[in-house]
Design a protein around this ligand. Structure first.
Ligand code: CAA
Length: 260
């Protein structure tokens, strides 16, 4: 699939997906969301891709939300399809077997905050701004905001953000656990690439199992979640990387992981 509104690049095992409608602050229309789904599927199925970065083109926005001009005259059935499309793409990113980082370079409002929350980690530039302002246009979040925000920062704070419609700067987002790091804007991509490269060099199967246990264990009762963890941990013992990792530790040398 050729992309109109995304740039897709792969370097040294790290795929970078760049939302590329800077004139509209990278607002997500249905074409872009279909492209994101396709790009996420490429990341999932290409064994050469070990880690994924999502970011926005230009210096102003990551994604300023779903495209309001496209949504304005939607009927409920069309709106449902648009929201389901977003959910499918974001759940694919959230559950894929490889780590993802959102490099948030500016406004991440509405659907922008929602896309970032589907990634495993959020690295924010000091100029980033977050929020779920849908209420201000007579809407509520439709790409997982009501669920992922509450899980990430707690129900009380999520209600304040979603029901109040206000924006948060990077510092506040960091304080409440919405983002992992704040990075000066000019260093955001270098720092994110450095961390993604580190992830790409780690044992891929163990990363997959770690993510699987966290993502699928979260909503289980503790006993069942712990059982899932035991199974995922035990599976790691089937890999060469586990043998190599432990052997290298005991021989006091750097491991040479092969990704299997
Ligand atoms: N949809 C469509 N176009 C958008 C957009 C959006 N979400 N956000 C920005 N744009 C467009 C603007 O219309 C404008 O286009 P023109 O130049 O053609 O007029 C251009 O991007 C630049 O935006 P502004 O002139 O508004 O820039 P600003 O610096 O004054 O303000 C902003 C920046 C605060 C991000 C402001 O653009 C804004 O509030 N955007 C909308 C944010 C929003 O409400 N997001 C939620 C959308 S609903 C949603 O996401 C639902 C869901 O959960 C799935």
């Amino acid at each position: 699939m050729e992309y109109q509104n995304l740039i897709f690049a792969v370097e040294a095992g790290v795929a970078t997906i760049t939302f590329n409608r800077p004139k509209a602050l990278n607002a997500m229309n249905s074409v872009t969301m279909k492209e994101l789904y396709d790009a996420a599927m490429r990341c999932q199925t290409d064994s050469g891709i070990k880690a994924i970065i999502l970011t926005g083109a230009g210096d102003k926005a990551f994604v300023a939300g779903a495209d309001i001009s496209e949504m304005q005259n939607m009927r409920p059935q069309e709106a449902m399809e648009f929201m389901e499309l977003g959910h499918a793409a974001l759940r694919l990113i959230e559950t894929m077997s490889k780590p993802s980082i959102a490099a948030i370079n500016g406004f991440a409002l509405g659907g922008g905050t929602e896309i970032s929350m589907a990634c495993d980690m959020r690295f924010a530039s000091d100029k980033a701004r977050f929020g779920q302002p849908e209420i201000l246009i007579g809407l509520i979040p439709g790409w997982g905001g009501t669920q992922r925000l509450a899980r990430l920062i707690g129900v009380g704070r999520a209600k304040e953000i979603i029901m109040g419609g206000g924006q948060l700067d990077a510092q506040r987002a960091y304080e409440i656990g919405l983002v992992n790091r704040i990075i000066p804007a000019e260093q955001l991509m270098d720092e994110t690439r450095k961390f993604a490269a580190k992830l790409a060099g780690l044992p891929g199967f163990a990363l997959k199992m770690a993510k699987h246990a966290i993502v699928y264990g979260y909503d289980l009762a503790l006993d069942n979640a712990n059982k899932l963890e035991v199974e995922c941990c035990a599976q790691c013992f089937s890999t060469d990387d586990q043998k190599e990792g432990m052997k290298a530790f005991l021989e006091k040398r750097k491991p040479n992981f092969k990704g299997c």
